[in-house]
Design a protein around this ligand. Sequence first.
Ligand SMILES: [Zn+2]
Length: 163
Amino acid sequence: MVLQASHYEILGLEAKCDISEVKRAYREKLLSSHPDKNQDRKQSPQIGDGVSIEKIKQAYRVLSEPEKRKRYDLLLAESYKKHGFHNTGEGLDSFSLDDFDYSTDSEDFSMDCPRCQAKKGFELTEDMLEQNAIESPNGGYLIVVQCSACSLWLQVTYDVVED
Ligand SMILES: [Zn+2]
């Protein structure tokens, strides 16, 4: 199953990017997709190949407006769930929520990224777990998350602990 490139992928952004990163990426993509700037394409191989200026503009329109972006994020999460993301379970490293540190202050789970070593590259709130986790085929639950600093995706498994 091949998913269409997400708005984030079209702009080369991480899912947690802020609005200034969205704007900058948009300007850069627009410039580098311009037909007169073909030489720039070589420096940004992720564009070209079917990413039209229209798609870049559409991605920007959604990601630059908080309300639209929120709805889009939900849709995206849904479609990842439906499609199991492009390689959920296969190829993704699997971690247990026990590998995460739980902070009682911020009430979230965090882990340094095993690839880029970003401090708390992976953060999971209880809301995220409630809203985005799916039942794991091996029992318990799993959630697929992306590092906030690099493009690494991990699947995180956990069992529900009854209070
Ligand atoms: Zn990372």
